[in-house]
Design a protein around this ligand. Structure first.
Ligand code: FAD
Length: 283
């Protein structure tokens, strides 16, 4: 795996639900902006829970001088709402979007439209204005019929016009490298940037991993369990593990890293500094 393109480093936020959370995120954004990521991205509640919040955070940090990519999905809405949102983003200088199917909350009876349909819609409405990222799954999306079919559907997103992909997180670098090889064999040649989940709260991580289909390897789980309630111990051990993972990925040719920050700055900053990512800044 090699490319002449410089690596891309990005950091993901979710829109806070309270004024207090927003004030905290403003501080986190200010801290992380010092790392000079290529872009921040902001998640979108496909069920409608955080739609306004996504727009507000995107526009606020865009105005503050950051490159920001909103996540977007059809969710349960009609095309007019998505069309209006695309225009608004375009008018305010946003030129990158993360296009997803999204997960509707249980009990919401709406038709799920696949991410490939959204990518095609964005291209139809706005031509080449937006750089479009899509999601992909080195350990297979939980709804998939098979490893192969998941990659075939990933390919439909690329054929619809996606420019690059961000992966679900994982802790086994072989899962990523094998996935990239398989994708290349299937004719998928866009950059596939690994998603990196720092380890801060083991309980939350376990719960989330069970639903999104990301595996916490047995060796890692059993070591994390040894820390019990020692949150700082977990964080420090997690920083070592995730730094090593990122190192392996970058030295194996990964074209960048996408950090799931969970709206926290300290751990991402430490991993970033451990990796000596200067990203265009003088060291
Ligand atoms: P798709 O690519 O549409 O695929 C969904 C499933 O359907 C897969 O199993 C696929 O194999 C299958 N499939 C695809 N096309 C077809 C077809 N034509 N026929 C039959 N099966 C098909 N969720 C949010 O709600 N908000 C966010 O902001 C958000 N951000 C994310 C960011 C990243 C980087 C990642 C990795 C995930 C994110 N998610 C987010 C979670 C994501 O929405 C879920 O994983 C969702 O279940 C799938 O989204 P997708 O875009 O990958 O879907």
């Amino acid at each position: 795996m090699s490319s002449t393109e410089p690596n891309k480093y990005s950091i993901e936020f979710y829109p806070p639900r309270t004024a207090e959370g927003e004030a905290k995120l403003d501080m986190v954004h200010a801290q992380l902006a010092k790392l000079n990521p290529d872009f921040f991205s902001v998640t979108y509640g496909a069920g409608g829970s955080t739609k306004k919040g996504t727009q507000q955070i995107v526009l606020r940090y865009k105005t503050a001088g950051s490159n920001v990519a909103p996540h977007l999905s059809f969710g349960g809405t009609d095309e007019n709402e998505v069309r209006a949102l695309l225009s608004r983003y375009r008018e305010t200088g946003v030129d990158r979007i993360v296009a997803l199917r999204g997960d509707l909350p249980s009990g919401v009876a709406a038709h799920h439209r696949f991410a490939s349909e959204l990518v095609a819609f964005i291209r139809k409405e706005t031509g080449d204005h937006f750089h479009i990222d899509v999601a992909c799954y080195p350990e297979t999306h939980p709804d998939s019929k098979s490893y192969a079919s998941d990659i075939d559907y990933f390919k439909t997103k690329v054929e619809a016009g996606a420019n690059s992909a961000l992966t679900q997180y994982f802790y086994n670098p072989d899962a990523y490298f094998r996935f990239v090889d398989y994708c290349q064999d299937r004719g998928i040649n866009i950059p596939i940037v690994p998603g990196i989940m720092p380890i801060t709260n083991f309980e939350n991580l376990s719960r989330f991993s069970a639903t999104c289909g990301a595996e916490i390897p047995r060796w890692l789980r059993s070591q994390l369990e040894c820390f019990g309630d020692d949150k700082e111990g977990i964080r420090e051990f997690g920083i070592d593990v995730v730094t090593e993972l990122c190192d392996d990925l970058l030295s194996g040719g990964a074209p960048g890293l996408h950090f799931y920050s969970m709206n926290l700055s300290r751990t991402v900053t430490q991993i970033w500094n451990n990796l000596s990512i200067s990203n265009g800044k003088a060291d």
